[in-house]
Design a protein around this ligand. Structure first.
Ligand code: SF4
Ligand code: SF4
Ligand code: SF4
Length: 165
């Protein structure tokens, strides 16, 4: 198995208990302190990625949608809980791929690759076999567009090396 393939299968989707906040939310402690639970970001998000999570605090749910990084959630947030800074990355989230992938089991599927505008998931032809997805985390923007379309929920979002934001 080559290194790219090993990288694809590494990771444990669905193992993250914590909720993910909207982009540019910053430190969790500060976010909870500042957020007034006004729901403005939830109403403003054009993809409906943001929902009311535990305690009514906004969280993002990649099973519903992706983030386009449009910045609307930050624009409508008057509390400072979501504060977009042009020089700051929206978040450190990246895709994680798990072993449920049906391509690995001999079923043709390229949905995640077709969903990824960043080109982070590529399928190299396999002579006489099924092309296997290869994930390049360096290309991943953390948009989450590959998560919902995967027919077997083999993809989840997480922080690389589980190191936090
Ligand atoms: S940046 Fe845009 S798409 Fe992403 S969570 Fe905020 S409003 Fe939604
Ligand atoms: S969409 Fe899911 S099942 Fe299909 S190739 Fe990608 S990870 Fe595998
Ligand atoms: S999270 Fe976005 S950029 Fe990363 S692999 Fe999925 S679709 Fe591609």
């Amino acid at each position: 198995m080559d290194a790219a393939r090993r990288g694809f299968l590494r990771g444990r989707p669905r193992d993250i208990a914590s909720e993910f906040r909207p982009p540019w939310a910053g430190d969790e402690h500060d976010f909870i302190r500042l957020c007034t639970r006004c729901d403005a970001c939830i109403e403003a998000c054009p993809t409906k990625l943001i929902k009311a999570g535990g305690g009514g605090y906004p969280s993002v749910d990649f099973s519903r949608a992706e983030c386009t990084f449009c910045g609307e959630c930050a624009r409508v947030c008057d509390s400072g809980a979501i504060a977009r800074r042009q020089d700051a990355a929206p978040w450190g989230l990246r895709a994680r791929f798990g072993a449920a992938c049906i391509a690995a089991k001999g079923v043709e599927c390229r949905i995640c690759g077709e969903s990824c505008e960043a080109g982070a998931v590529r399928f190299r032809p396999v002579l006489g076999g099924i092309s296997q997805p290869e994930f390049e985390i360096e290309r991943c923007t953390g948009c989450g567009a590959c998560v919902a379309p995967c027919p077997v929920t083999a993809i989840a979002m997480g922080y690389p090396m589980e190191s936090g934001r």
